[in-house]
Design a protein. Structure first.
Length: 288
């Protein structure tokens, strides 16, 4: 019976044994037939049954120069032997320019960098959806930048924006109520039907028609006033140009929610003012 030397990464210190033992993590054996394994020196580390120490302890990464280097801020090196320079794990909100770069940068945009171990597409692999470029500081196609929130948002097409509005029960209910009020008001302004206007009393019929005409003229003046004031506002003109440019134009031109909110606020304040000064007296005349 002949003996066989233990291979690299294994050892056997006793005689007349039928098998070899594997080197434990953190140790190695670079020679066959060894009776023991050697411990990795310094910050180096190894997996089980290793013939060399080509990994590093936690807090360090194995560099392309085959050295253990302390992990910089913005990286994750929390496990023994789990970090190398090429697949160095980057923390969320951090970014690096190449797979071998040891300089890690803080991302300037809120929630733009997801981090990770995979470097791809020039660094875009570290970016979340909607972000790209150096430091993930640019908005991707179909996204726009909001300076107020310091982030990128998905653009909405006219179709998707309209569909979202139509899906709102509150908006649908309000629209129906407005239509009912207008129809009822016009009906009252016209005298409530042909019987009243066509009564035998000629003077009463003429007076009723005159009152209805005056109320309808007032309604048209209020409507014209509302339309004119809205059309004179800068946000309304921007929105008008936006929606008439093309059928599927995106809301990217309004650049930020600040302008959108300003437009909505202007319309709301104007609507309240006109309702109190014009519509309320108008409906009071009709209903009361």
């Amino acid at each position: 019976m002949s003996c066989t030397d233990c291979p690299l990464g294994q050892y056997q210190g006793a005689t007349a044994q039928a098998s070899c033992s594997k080197c434990e993590p953190g140790s190695y054996n670079s020679k066959s037939g060894s009776a023991s394994c050697s411990d990795c020196v310094g910050d180096f580390y190894s997996w089980k049954e290793a013939s060399t120490c080509e990994l590093c302890l936690l807090g360090y990464y194995y560099s392309v120069e085959q050295e253990c280097v302390e992990c910089p801020v913005g990286t994750v090196c929390s496990t023994d032997g789990n970090a190398t320079q090429v697949d160095l794990e980057i923390q969320e909100k951090w970014w690096r320019i190449s797979s071998t770069s040891t300089v890690v940068h803080k991302c300037p945009l809120l929630e733009s960098c997801k981090g990770g171990k995979v470097f791809q597409d020039g660094g875009n692999g570290y970016c979340k959806t909607g972000f790209e470029g150096v430091l993930c500081a640019s908005c991707s196609l179909d996204y726009y930048y909001s300076p107020e929130d310091n982030t990128c948002y998905l653009c909405e097409t006219v179709e998707s924006f309209s569909a979202r509005l139509k899906s709102s029960p509150q908006l649908i209910g309000f629209s129906l109520l407005l239509v009912i009020l207008l129809l009822f008001g016009i009906s009252k302004a016209c005298g409530g039907g042909g019987d009243s206007l066509g009564s035998s009393n000629g003077e009463s019929a003429v007076a009723t028609r005159a009152t209805a005409n005056n109320r309808l003229k007032h309604f048209h003046r209020v409507w014209a006033r509302l339309s004119t004031k809205l059309k004179q506002s800068a946000p309304f003109r921007a929105a008008q140009q936006l929606f008439t440019k093309q059928a599927k134009i995106q809301l990217k031109c309004l650049t930020s929610f600040t302008q959108i909110r300003f437009f909505c606020k202007t319309a709301w304040v104007l609507g309240q003012t006109l309702f109190l000064t014009d519509y309320l007296p108008f409906f009071s005349l009709i209903f009361f």
